[in-house]
Design a protein around this ligand. Sequence first.
Ligand SMILES: O=C(O)C(=O)C[C@H](O)[C@H](O)COP(=O)(O)O
Length: 215
Amino acid sequence: MIDLAAELGGPGLVPVVVIDSAARAAPLADALRSGGLLTVEVTLRTGAALEALRVIAEDPTILAGAGTVLRADQVKAAVAAGARYLVSPGFSPTVVKECEAQGVPCIPGVATATEVQTALEHGIEIVKLFPAAAIGGPGVVRALSAPFPQVRFVPTGGITAASLPDYVEVPSVLAVGGSWMVAPDLLAAGDFERITQLTSEAVATVRRTREAHER
Ligand SMILES: O=C(O)C(=O)C[C@H](O)[C@H](O)COP(=O)(O)O
């Protein structure tokens, strides 16, 4: 199993992709790599997602993950397509159990202390906070970190280039997820240069923010 904390915590970013055409998968991986990111979460929301995942997973330099994983059969399909980690918007014991069976790490979504406790009861200490901005932003991560100091958060949902530093500076944030650097309109337009530019800006923001807080 991969070391999720190192793989995602290193860059501190998880680009969340909604992809309509598998033909865009390889150029997308190239664009992210050029921007300095070596992972991508392909959401299973489109007909092309599994094929796109397969294409990206064939690239040995990229750690391919699957997002919007809601059911056990999707866990199986994503792992068969090459997903090395799986992300859910919420907490599903069925999804978590199937991830265990498949030997892949799972990042379930949480939005409350109860859900964090449920994750801990399942042996999971890395969780997604979703939808991060709508439920209160970085303050929610700080508040949840008090009773759960062992938990690392991947806040996702409504985060932008402008709000990124506010999340990165929270010590319990492992990585920040979002679609702003791989927005569907950029993908649809095939604007990979802009994806690279937004990605490298996000990577630089994480680095600068961490340096400012000596982490
Ligand atoms: O699909 C999942 O597993 C999710 O939990 C939802 C996604 O992470 C968000 O839709 C990304 O949010 P935005 O950056 O606001 O676009």
